[in-house]
Write a protein that binds this ligand. Structure first.
Ligand code: MF3
Ligand code: CO
Length: 258
């Protein structure tokens, strides 16, 4: 069942996605060599609660933290730890969710820690651009497959591996609603996109093979070849004239500019 949202509901979803954007910006301000991923989780939880919301990930299917923090070869769902210390040249994918006023927000951004190599810099840029290429298809009358194909085609042009085991999703009163939004697929296939649908698009793009391994902590997903992976996610409302992006990456990018 795909729920279509009213304009009022879309504004509540936007409030959540903007709070997630602000939280990721606050986390970004704390990202530097020497910080632990656990410290980033504390920053996020405190920030979310001080804005009258609840961390949507905490306790979700037993998940133990407010953020997923995935470093280098970790694709998604890295559990914050006081033993994981960021160092210069790392990349760190931070995924964050909020719950407030009956709705959820869910977005992710991959940060560079200090100066990173040119190859890794390109992986970040291409993954973010793949997300935007997908979002450009989030228009009433198109199909989910138009989004999926746009993401896949763009990322594969660079020789990157597109992770297939995890996908984007509808979002609303629940974090995961129908439809699933894969990052690979065929144009013209899949559920029809309608005005008022709200979905999260979230490409996970690997520098090397697309193959992933699910680690024994029950959560962390890593690349099989241990090459780096990037993850960007935002929420979009489907409109007749195109996508209304609910997350604001410019808030994050202003915060980390120096
Ligand atoms: N953005 C992730 C997703 O869409 C967040 C879920 S992870 C969990 O699946 F920690 F909440 F489980
Ligand atoms: Co998501």
């Amino acid at each position: 069942m795909i729920y279509l949202k009213t304009n009022e509901e879309i504004e509540l979803l936007r409030e959540n996605h903007l709070l997630v954007s602000e939280t990721l910006a606050e986390v970004g301000r704390h990202i530097r060599p020497g910080v632990t991923t656990k410290e980033l989780d504390r920053v996020a939880e405190e920030f979310i609660r001080s804005h009258g919301a609840v961390p949507a990930f905490l306790g979700y299917q037993g998940y133990p933290a407010s953020l997923c923090v995935s470093v280098n070869e970790h694709v998604v769902h890295g559990i914050p730890s006081d033993k994981v210390v960021l160092k210069e040249g790392d990349i760190v994918s931070v995924d964050c969710g909020t719950f407030m006023k009956g709705f959820v927000g869910d977005s992710a951004y991959t940060f560079a820690v200090g100066e990173v190599g040119e190859e890794v810099r390109q992986l970040l840029e291409v993954t973010k651009e793949a997300l935007c290429k997908g979002a450009a298809q989030a228009k009433a009358g198109n199909r989910v497959g138009d989004i999926s194909a746009a993401v896949q085609e763009y990322a594969e042009k660079f020789g990157y591996g597109v992770v297939r085991e995890l996908e984007g999703h509808g979002i609303g009163r629940k974090m995961h609603e129908a439809p699933g939004v894969p990052n690979f697929g065929a144009r013209g296939r899949g559920p029809l996109l309608k005005e008022g649908m709200v979905i999260c698009i979230e490409p996970m793009i690997n520098m090397g093979t697309r193959a992933v391994v699910f680690e024994s902590d029950g959560w962390t997903v890593r690349t099989r070849d241990r090459k780096p992976s990037a993850h960007f996610e935002f929420g979009v409302a489907v409109r007749k004239d195109g996508a209304d992006v609910l997350t604001d990456f410019s808030i994050i990018e202003k915060a980390i500019k120096h």
